[in-house]
Design a protein around this ligand. Sequence first.
Ligand code: ATP
Length: 804
Amino acid sequence: MAKTKQSNSTKPKQEKKSLNLKASKRTKIIFGSFLMLFAIGLFISFLSYFFNWQADQSMMGNVMDRSEQANNWLNKFGAYVSHVLIYKGFGIAVISFPAMLFITGIYLFLNLKLFKLRSLWFWGSYIVLWLSLTLGFFAASNPIMGGVVGYEINDFLQDYIGKLGVILLLVFMLIIYLVSRLNITPDALSKSFSNHKQSVKDEVSEMKFEPKTNSEETKVDEEIEVATSDDSVPTVHKHQDNDVQLENSFSEKSSKVEPASAKEKIVIKSEDEDDVEMEVETVEDEEESDHLSKKLVEDFGEFDPTLELANYQFPSIELLKDYNSGRGITIDQKELEQNKNKIVDTLKNYKIEIAQIKATVGPTVTLYEIVPEAGIRISKIKNLEDDIALSLSALGIRIIAPIPGKGTIGIEVPNQNPSIVPMRSVVASNKFQNAEMELPIAMGKTISNETFTVDLAKMPHLLMAGATGQGKSVGLNVILTSLLYQKHPAEVKFVLVDPKKVELTLFNKIERHYLAKLPDTEEAIITDNTKVINTLNSLCIEMDNRYDLLKDAMVRNIKEYNVKFKSRKLNPENGHKFLPYIVLVVDEFADLIMTAGKEVEMPIARLAQLARAIGIHLIIATQRPSVNVITGMIKANFPARMAFRVTSKIDSRTILDAGGADQLIGRGDMLFTQGNDLIRLQCAFVDTPEVERITDFIGSQKAYADAHLLPEYSGEESGIGVDNDIEDRDKLFRDAAEVIITAQQGSASLLQRKLKLGYNRAGRIIDQLEAAGIVGPFEGSKARQVLVPDFIALEELLKNEQNS
Ligand SMILES: Nc1ncnc2c1ncn2[C@@H]1O[C@H](COP(=O)(O)OP(=O)(O)OP(=O)(O)O)[C@@H](O)[C@H]1O
């Protein structure tokens, strides 16, 4: 809201007022510049006095005598003023007077508010007095150190409280200054000490994690180029690329925002020469909070969400196993040669001549890129998929015709000895370490052996499918571990749904660090399908709450919101808080849909549609990607899909909208799409003992008091089946009814807050209120409708109940 101040009175009055205003402004400028110059003069006098005070001492008696000259650079005036203020006054401490005068001059000159100078003058004078006393005490023999005032007061005090008393008094005065003016308290000291310790630690850890050039991750990219089909000896270009490996340097990246000025000054000039100009000043409310937030940031620094677990250590890369122990991919030249020959021969049988062939060796498959002779139809090659597979006698051959953006045809042939992509190598890669992503995930390696990283926040939700034993659970572990390696417990929370009960149990150990759960539940990992519905609905409530916060903060997404919150522009008293990302992982979605059907589909679809901006991301995995599990509504909202090997082409179509997943070779071989191209990847491999080591490491550190609590959700079945027995009603039934009627909002959490009740009791009372017809039925994430308008109606309703 803008406050506009305008003066619109009649012309003569305006003229007079403005003239006054102008006069006072002019006077301020004149007086301000006088003070500044006077301060400079005074300073020069003082400085000169220190060198000449003894010589000038003799002429102090006849200052008015024109023939007398002083050595001071400002002659008699300088000598006299300095003598009065330093010698007869407060000693050398008065050197701060010119400084205070100069600052006052600047304030006047620039027409700034003078009240801010009060504390400058008060504390300035205080410190002058203290210094004068202290120097008068310790350097009494030198008259210009403490001045006459310092000496005399000391003398006076010593007569009454003795030397020791004076020392104690001086110390006490110093403490007053340090605490009141400089805000130096034991708390502040210990805080700054711990900050300093932390920054030293950070520096040390950064130094420790300097990039090592002798990497463990060796990237080998081999190429074979065959000039023509009759050229039997392929030319081999080998280039080895040593990827630089970085160990964890998970330093906090903080972002700062420059607040825009909200103050605007417009000068309206009149056409009429004699008329006065009018200054219209508009002050936005925002400015207040901007100043406030600036001051808060100056005083306390930016808000640091990680402060509660400031000593949290990220897991080290050493916890992950190095499966290849530096070997990288092994390339069998003979195998490459044979495959090339077979492809060339098979195509030749169908009269397809090849102009060029090139091989790129990946961890599990090798991509042979062929350029056919001019005039060959692509569809002809595409139709030969089965024949090529037969001639190579290999499973999992996939033909990409043409490779998008390349103009070549790709034939992917599985390697006889596929190599594992260890999680360690992808976590250590530069690409992952330096990823500027909100929720970075190191998925694995591409066919050209490059580390593949994606941002879960951008996906924004992921659908994962694959037949049993093809690598889904490993894939989920890869996603979760990637986040554990990059995100502080304050920044991300997981909601884990594991109907299989065994896959995600390891994450129980990090419950109080990284998991989120419903209040009043014991286990954070949800294994019971009926409880999933409550959690999903609770996430919907969390989503609505977060949208309210975003709206209030006038930002569009969680990233902007958190930046604003960190720079202390959002008041926690208005419900604002730092919002962690929430990642919901459902390990077996088919199972869930079978048992709960529409009840889970609705909140999942709602979350998938709306939750991207507020930082809730869903990862849904299923063994059976059939259409009744992955319905159109769900599919439409999950643009990112990850397919491990599936059993049929239909399944592949359901998950990817294209074939291909049925031709994969399993063990982490997968296809990934974010809505456009399909990318073939080898998923990184992280084994259960590795995950266990990581969760043990994190779990052994200091944690929050409890898991992150989601908003409570009273189940849909509440109210149903509760009989309206007046005798059995809660003692606080009447009070609760009054609270709800006053607020005109039927929610259990309101009762919990106002009447200080537990979740279960508040839920029961809400059920009784529903049965009594005071509140309406359950309405999902919204509060229930209140059916009674006021206390009179309530009185009547209760009276009728008793009569009937
Ligand atoms: N990325 C990978 N690299 C190498 N081997 C893998 C990879 N992913 C999975 N495997 C192998 O496949 C096995 C089964 O993987 P996983 O348990 O992830 O399958 P799944 O799809 O979750 O099966 P289910 O649905 O029955 O739980 C693993 O034990 C491992 O030996």
